[in-house]
Design a protein around this ligand. Structure first.
Ligand SMILES: Nc1ncnc2c1ncn2[C@@H]1O[C@H](COP(=O)(O)OP(=O)(O)OP(=O)(O)O)[C@@H](O)[C@H]1O
Ligand SMILES: Nc1ncnc2c1ncn2[C@@H]1O[C@H](COP(=O)(O)OP(=O)(O)OP(=O)(O)O)[C@@H](O)[C@H]1O
Ligand SMILES: [Mg+2]
Ligand SMILES: [Mg+2]
Lengths: 226, 226
């Protein structure tokens, strides 16, 4: 369970201040399949980054599993992220010098998982996103949607409790996107994995149990409940 | 008018060869509003890159305005691109050290256009994509969809004859995407600008006069005519 309480986020740009989020309060329950929607620039990625401890709010509190994250060191935050969360970035953030097997394996390496178990998990998730023929390719040797699927595989491989997915189907054709969403829905149903999407994909909105709407950094009508 | 005649494209990956395109032949007429569709990895971006002279085919001929492009020097190809084409990349390819005004202005600079005319054109197109409040931001200080719109603005600013758009709405919400597509349709109708899209967006397919379908690097049924 994740709680954002009166979160605001400002960016300084030279002498001006850009307000990305104004007074956002959201409670995410365990096992939710939640979609954050809104126009381009409305603050969806910023909200996801704050939930995922990748950015600190300018004011307000973030609570994760009852623990107040404000004022934790960046090492403590990194530990929580590594053990509890999987993040699919809007710009993928793959490591260009590693091939896709190594990219997907990376979070397991960081956790100190043994070689045999890493191999088994990575092979399985790469197959699930349809990239088994491409394990030796580096990110630059892949299509846009293939890179997106590597980012998805990397977020899923460690079986985290919470997956934060920023526009995970943006570069995928409808069929590939549907197959991957079905797998995510399945993980949510059978293992209770919490999914928080930032998206403009109607297909994800249709599958979500709850939709939260942002506009100009603010929640519209406290969000809509489906 | 652009003609691809029996185009194949292979990539070497260590000892293996990856075939991205097999024997593609396409004729694009002046003023067309054409969509290339197909699953992730089917060869859409590769086709667009070859049409836009950004990649050379492994075999086959590319003709542009009656001129055979095979064997032209990379300088001659760059000239054709700079004077005739606007390209919207799937990964945007913005210059990180320039702000968005400077990013959009860049192709006009390369052409030697005067300062006053550059300012007028850049201001106009930045307003058209809804980013007038963000001119001083650098790409890293923008949302994903805002970066995509900078890439779109940059392709449009020089009023080219042909625009190659690789998934131009992938990171945009429906409304923003529709507004931009309406402007592209307008340019096509009033100025006869040729648009070639690589896309999986149904909304672009609905607006296209003709749809070409790729699957595993090959044309399906010689493409479908709407
Ligand atoms: N440099 C490269 N080396 C090896 N293979 C490559 C390289 N670049 C692309 N490919 C392969 O060529 C195929 C076609 O790639 P392309 O980018 O054209 O696909 P696409 O249809 O645009 O896909 P998407 O919808 O995912 O963007 C893919 O299978 C990809 O892995
Ligand atoms: N480093 C930064 N400096 C200044 N402004 C920023 C910075 N990062 C983001 N912004 C601004 O904050 C606002 C919210 O950005 P955010 O990335 O959360 O939007 P979004 O809803 O994810 O948009 P999209 O759908 O286009 O991805 C945008 O207007 C953006 O320009
Ligand atoms: Mg975003
Ligand atoms: Mg592509």
């Amino acid at each position: 369970i994740i709680k954002l309480d009166k979160i605001s986020k400002d960016y300084k740009l030279g002498k001006t201040v850009v307000t990305a989020l104004k007074n956002i309060s959201v409670t995410v329950r365990k096992g939710e399949f939640l979609a954050i929607v809104g126009p381009s620039g409305s603050g969806k990625s910023t909200t996801l980054n704050i939930i995922g401890c990748l950015e600190e709010p300018s004011s307000g509190t973030v609570t994760f599993d009852g623990k107040n994250l404000t004022g934790l060191s960046s090492n403590e935050l990194a530990d929580i992220r590594a053990s509890k969360m999987g993040f699919i970035f809007q710009t993928f953030n793959l490591l260009p010098v590693l091939n896709i097997f190594e990219n997907v394996e990376y979070p397991l390496h960081l956790r100190g998982m043994g070689k045999a178990e890493r191999f088994e998990r990575v092979t399985k998730v790469i197959k699930e996103v349809g990239l088994e023929r491409f394990t030796k390719h580096k990110p630059a040797e892949l299509s846009g949607g293939q890179r997106q699927r590597v980012a998805i595989a990397r977020a899923l491989v460690g079986s985290p409790d919470v997956i934060l997915a920023d526009e995970p189907t943006a570069n995928l054709d409808m069929q590939t996107g549907e197959e991957i969403l079905a797998q995510m829905k399945e993980l949510n149903k059978t293992l209770g994995v919490t999914f928080i999407f930032s998206t403009h994909d109607q297909s994800i909105m249709d599958k979500a149990q709850r939709i939260i709407e942002l506009r100009d950094g603010e929640l519209r009508d406290g969000g809509l409940i489906k």
